[in-house]
Design a protein around this ligand. Sequence first.
Ligand SMILES: [Zn+2]
Ligand SMILES: [Zn+2]
Length: 349
Amino acid sequence: MKAAVYYGPRDVRVEEVSEPNLEPGEALLKVMFCGVCGTDIKTYLRGHPMFEPPCILGHEPVGEIVEARPGQDAVARGRASVGVGDMVAVAPYVPCDNCRLCLKGRQEMCASKAGIAGAFCEYIRIPGEVVAKGVLEVPEGMSPRVACLAEPVACCLNAVEATPLDPGDCVLITGAGPMGLLMLELCKARGAGEILVSEPSKTRRMEAARRGARIIDPRAEDVGDRVKAETGGDGADAAFVCVGAADALESAMASVRPGGSVNLFGGFPGGSRVMVDPNAIHYSEIALLGSFGFAPRHFHMGMRLLASGRLDVAGLVTREFALDDVCLALDAGASGEALKVLLRMGENE
Ligand SMILES: [Zn+2]
Ligand SMILES: [Zn+2]
């Protein structure tokens, strides 16, 4: 089968590799589409400690189950309901549900996750644990392209769940890439009042404005001053920093009201250090939080939300490439000219 193999920064080659072999309890997914995520792009540009080359990137697959081996895992958990011929979205990893962090309800931080290998290829093996906890049928009528967003939506839901947000609250989002725009949609669905979006790219600002946000160009004005001005001097109730940049964190800290929260939702380059005024945390009780990844409940919620039509995801996927053009897909994502990019395997329409 064909696979896009990552050999190091800017070196991804489409090659013939052997098809995976299944163990009992496992399933084989014929990948139809796979989202290109910020993590894939970062790895392509500068490497990533989690991805040791050579390996296959991609973790947002949607496809058809073409083979399923009976086995303990899926059957014992009563989740063998997904079978051959079903179109499904697959979570890239699932928690063990047994470790200290899982038992404390922090499954996204599980240290013993089971997961799939990279999905920028024609077929992937789905381990039994993932069959049991991380495979969701694509709801009737939903495009498989939209179903690829279940994982990114799940990551956003994890962040929204971790951040205090009351109906009518004012939210600041820094960064209007695909994740920032999804976060904007989720904040709307969660009942946020005014949403301000800070983003240097004009096209991305326009996309945020089209979705009802007030927009800020951080290169033209001070984000904190503008947010204060828009909120009668109070500041935002919560800020989601959807970009790993020190100035974005600093402007978010300067934008939230006393008792508000700042959630670092984008990863920073390794070795990053930022200046934070500890008194903003002490005297103003500003909570500095972070969110990464998702738990199975977020994946389920994400799929249900996508099926409900409450999220305006039209216009979020702006480019689609064949597997052979994986480098063009990664370049399109990296340049910022596209929003969400998808890879299409085979002849799918
Ligand atoms: Zn992702
Ligand atoms: Zn665990």
